[in-house]
Design a binder for this molecule. Structure first.
Ligand SMILES: [Zn+2]
Length: 78
């Protein structure tokens, strides 16, 4: 698995996409994705960077408020 970036040696993170069977591996420094075979797939888009930051911020807010951590279900699912 492409756990480390070949370019900058940073840790890659698996990101799941609903439309893809396998997760893509993101390097936050190089801002790109590789697949499970460590082949370049595409750049990390500005839109995705924004969304990831928003998610991280709300996640951190939940922790500081002291809510019990739980996976939020999307409205309309189940
Ligand atoms: Zn990298």
């Amino acid at each position: 698995m492409p756990l480390l970036c070949k370019v900058c040696n940073a840790r890659r993170f698996p990101i799941a996409f609903p439309e893809l069977r396998d997760a893509l591996w993101l390097c936050e420094k190089c801002k790109n994705f590789v697949n499970i075979k460590d082949e370049f797939v595409r750049e990390w888009t500005e839109e995705e960077i924004k969304q990831t930051k928003l998610k991280l911020e709300s996640f951190n807010n939940d922790i500081t408020i002291g809510k019990t951590p739980q996976i939020k279900r999307r409205g309309g699912v189940n």
